[in-house]
Write a protein that binds this ligand. Sequence first.
Ligand SMILES: *Cc1c(COP(=O)(O)O)cnc(C)c1O
Length: 448
Amino acid sequence: MTSGPHIPQERRLVTAIPGPKSQEWLARRSEATSAGLGMAIPVFVAQAGGGVIVDIDGNSIIDMAAGIATVNVGNSADRVVENVIAQVQSFTHTCFTVAPYSGYVEVCEALNRMAPGTFKKKSLLVNSGAEAVENAVKIARAYTKRAAVVVFEHAYHGRTNLTMAMTAKNIPYKEGFGPFAPEVYRMPMAYPYRWLGDKNNVAQEALDMVLHKIEKEIGAHNVAAIVIEPIQGEGGFVVPPKGFLPGLAAFAKANGALFIADEVQTGFARTGKMFAVEDEGVEPDIVVTAKGIGGGLPLGGITGRAEVMDAAVVSGVGGTFGGNPVACAAALGAFATIEEDGLAAKAAHMGEIIGAALAKMKEKYAIVGDVRGRGAMQALELIIPGSDEPNTKAMQDAVKYCQQHGVLVLTAGTYSNVIRLLPPLVMPDALLIEALGILDDALAAASA
Ligand SMILES: *Cc1c(COP(=O)(O)O)cnc(C)c1O
């Protein structure tokens, strides 16, 4: 399996975290960069590939973040590097809407082929996930000639003005940044662990509530689109129970609204299928992609029914950098890696290892309230033992323990109590098992 710069696949600590060189750069970072930028691990990166990040002090850290599900194919994956080098040596930018080039068309052809649904599809490329979500909403409004956008509790769709309105959590994403875009309506999410009704009937109860609220509070005939992450990302890897997504898609279809799947975090083999909606055979009218699309280069995609994608007026969509040739070359390398190396099956295989390990942790530690996710996208929700109160401190302690032992894990969740795992799909099993062992130790320490 390709693993980019072929760095030894090992966990190795040679200094404390952060080491002295990282500390120097951390000081420069805080002088030079906006205080509004967060940081998951306080080390500066020298190299990354396969399942590890090597910092400038020489520590080799197991990467359970993949740049937030971005380097699904691993950092500097061979085919991505080859394509990028060839492209930068030919030309770096003409702007697709000034003078087009083949890479953009090839990425769109691949997205049209890979996205669920046998109907004719077309695509549009942009720079980021937020921009992709915005364009999906613009196109849905142009096609339906309606304004209302339905989103869900715990949703994350980005940081631009419209996508902040669509994102659920106030601190940190929205605090002080309003006023927000209108015509965005938030609905209850089918969140099994925290469902207050019948836990055996969450999908149906949630669906009934959502459809009732849409009818009474918006009017189904005013809805342009229902936008949902098939598994919520920043919101804490909330997995809607079977039936919820197909129910929403069927309602959208029956009422002339579009069903838009935000697959920015779940897409490109992450959950064991190319796209997470395939798990229940849902065929969205529009699939929104970014993160894992380009092996780490900035790119976003909007892929949908041809007649929907053609609803925008000429020059109504596009942008200076959208579908930049270097990013497109990278994406073609990433797609080849995912398909030829069978990374969807690899993600499913990793999911079995992760799922079994997390289930054991739930048995062993009373601070683990819930374990959920699919494939190489799984999480633990931590609680105060004997209650369902969120346990933010245990999350922070466990994450810190992991870092100090050379494992990078990310947090998530509306209640800031979720540890999420998003390893690169090229991580060797032994390294994954080692990282899960450290996480187990971290939970033991956080429980004490
Ligand atoms: C990260 C993310 C976005 C925003 O993507 P950016 O590239 O950061 O703008 C949108 N939706 C989901 C589900 C995401 O995880």
